[in-house]
Ligand binder design. Structure first.
Ligand SMILES: Nc1ncnc2c1ncn2[C@@H]1O[C@H](COP(=O)(O)OP(=O)(O)OP(=O)(O)O)[C@@H](O)[C@H]1O
Ligand SMILES: [Mg+2]
Length: 411
């Protein structure tokens, strides 16, 4: 095993017995935090009491498996074995429980444990209650916690209640993208170009900063295409996937449908058509307009197979389903991923010049140009939603593409 200089410094702390009760590996994406923290966890555990209990957790068991368990297995071979089904593993002969922190039963499950060690992947995604409970279970003499995290808002509980609390027995190790010399320079260069504004500061520089200014800072005329330009692009690389996102109007908000398309190889995301209506005349009118919109989209862009709707209105979803099922278009609930995940996805595609809006979709264009972070509350990342900007088109757009995150970003 070879390490980056930053990783070697961290290993020395372990070797010299300088670890604390809480050990937090924080910093930018791809900076080598998970890699070194899981190795240090494994080495520390190998020298810890064999009969004690240990826990590893991620936001979900699936992300823990992808980010930590599988890489650890490929590094350690037979020294680490686990069963996702049993939610247990054996690491250097020690029993390790596995949990997803967002699982509603996880908190009650760890309530009864007495732990010698715990490993947490992506700590800012955990609920504070779960973490407080976890710390109370780390009750054995010499017990330790290892956790990785990317920076978030400076008011996040991880920063305010732990990293900034000088009275705690806590060690924080900071990593930046440039600390990881195992990545190809070309990849690092393209990552740096993909992040802008607050996301650049957090995910590339590793800083805990609040979100301010325009949400889609880099969205510009270069992302807007005419019908002729769109045709030319799609002749070179065909549309393979198309989906409609739906947000319903409520008090003072509009109903919006947005059709997106993705070309072969999940390369580029296109906004191809839109519907926007502030009048909200009646449910019947909306259902009729949805059917019209879907049939038009289907005849213009054949791969359309599904519509993803705000799940708050199940009755409308049922009517939509009845209206368009006959055209082979499925109507499903939107995933509604966290707002920052959706914003970050779109910003990465914009910066990588992989996102294009047809110039006829004026409401989506206006919404992207005018969305701003809510500066009355810099303690949380909030996209301003006070009726002055069009959030409805953005929600509909995000519902349409959010579920393709893995394929768009290749993981
Ligand atoms: N010492 C090393 N030797 C070989 N590969 C390494 C080493 N350190 C890191 N890497 C590789 O660099 C990549 C990024 O590392 P890692 O996953 O640890 O980053 P991270 O800081 O946890 O990123 P994120 O915040 O995105 O989770 C991984 O593919 C990892 O395998
Ligand atoms: Mg990681």
């Amino acid at each position: 095993m070879t390490f980056s200089p930053k990783q070697r410094q961290a290993m020395l702390l372990l070797k010299n017995g300088k670890l604390r009760r809480l050990n937090i590996f924080e910093g930018s994406v791809r900076s080598g935090k998970t890699y070194i923290s899981m190795i240090m966890w494994a080495f520390w555990l190998a020298k810890s009491p064999p009969d004690s209990a240990y826990l590893m957790c991620g936001k979900t068991l699936t992300t823990l498996k992808r980010n930590v368990l599988e890489p650890l297995k490929s590094l350690l071979g037979n020294c680490f074995q686990y069963s996702e089904y049993k939610k247990e593993g054996l690491l250097f002969g020690r029993r390790v429980y596995l949990e997803g922190a967002s699982n509603s039963e996880a908190e009650s499950k760890i309530r009864g444990m007495t732990l010698m060690g715990a490993y947490c992947d992506e700590l800012t995604l955990f609920g504070e209650d779960f973490f407080v409970m976890l710390l109370s279970r780390l009750s054995e003499q010499g017990a330790k916690l290892f956790a990785t995290t990317n920076p978030d808002n400076p008011s996040h509980w991880v920063k305010r209640n732990y990293l900034d609390d000088k009275s705690l027995d806590l060690l924080s190790m900071k990593f930046t993208l440039d600390d990881n010399d195992f990545l190809p320079a070309e990849y690092v260069g393209s990552l740096k170009k993909e992040f802008h504004g607050v996301f650049y500061d957090r995910y590339i520089l590793g800083k805990w900063v609040a979100a301010e200014g325009r949400v889609y800072e880099s969205f510009s005329a270069a992302n807007i295409v005419t019908r002729a330009e769109l045709k030319e692009r799609l002749e070179k690389n065909r549309l393979m996937t198309a989906a409609v996102g739906v947000d319903y109007g409520g008090n003072g908000s509009a109903s919006a449908f947005v059709l997106v398309g993705i070309d072969a190889g999940f390369r580029n995301l296109y906004v191809l058509s839109e519907y926007y209506d502030k009048r909200n005349r009646s449910a019947e009118n909306l259902i009729n307009n949805f059917e019209l919109f879907v049939t038009q989209c289907k005849s213009d862009f054949s791969p359309l197979q599904a519509a993803y709707c705000d799940s708050a209105e199940q009755l409308l979803i049922k009517s939509f389903r009845q209206a368009v099922g006959k055209y082979g278009v499925e109507v499903k609930n939107a995933l509604k991923k966290p707002i920052n995940t959706r914003i970050n996805m779109l910003n990465r595609l914009i910066a990588a010049k992989r996102f294009f809006v047809l110039n006829e979709c004026v409401h989506v264009i206006d919404a992207l140009q005018n969305a701003v972070w809510d500066e009355r509350d810099l303690h949380k990342d909030v996209r301003l939603d006070n009726g002055t900007s069009n959030i409805d088109s953005l929600d509909a757009l995000e519902y349409a593409f959010e579920r393709y995150e893995n394929r768009l970003f290749g993981f």
